[in-house]
Design a protein around this ligand. Sequence first.
Ligand code: PEP
Length: 251
Amino acid sequence: MHRKPVIAANWKLNLSPTDAKAFLQRFLAQVPKLNERTLVFFPSAITLTTVIDGLRERPEIWVGVQNVHSEAQGAFTGENSVLMARDVGARVVLVGHSERRHVFGETDEMTTRKMSLIVQGRLTPLLCVGETLEEREAGRTAEVVERQLTAGLAELDAGQIAQILLAYEPVWAIGTGRTATPADASEIHGVLRQALVSRIGEKAAAGVPILYGGSVNRGNASQLLAASDVDGLLVGGASLDPDSWASIVRA
Ligand code: PEP
């Protein structure tokens, strides 16, 4: 099955609304409509509506949020909800990013809950899984990513699983300048694909895009994208500069 590559920019805690306007002006001038790719921006919650407004003329580009709370609403000061994200026009939600897991202590149970709320709220989750360096060196990569995947999918039915986006993001490669080789990425993407096949069957599993993330840049993007079972890229640092991001999305 053909999977249209998904190329996503995770801006993390960078780019204010003012910065985002300047970014989009420069980026959009360089990148006409790309029919063969799906582009996604994940700005901060404060910059979200500026990016959505800036892309009104480019509805083929998706915008998502970097996080949502694991409860639908209530006394959770500082948090954002699925329904609020949908209300302003977000389509995708990052779940289980390594910084959420390792900096903010997000547990597998929280990713289970968030995934369920997101699909019920009719947004698309982009579930991130990945091992730490210690886990990799102990030969536990497959076990860790399968455990994280199992938690993320625990409350979803087969039809819902078929609609998710998935990203393999080795923790040791995020923001470090160390990238998995295309062969390493293919191997773990293959493990994830098989885990999907066992849940929803070969045909539906073949339609789930599995992105690679971890120190992608304009020099390595095309090689990673060409690797088997790599269906897109999730990019942090190199997505903050409009020129670098424009060359990655065309890689
Ligand atoms: C990320 O934040 O998802 C990421 C992959 O970051 P970087 O590209 O900076 O490693």
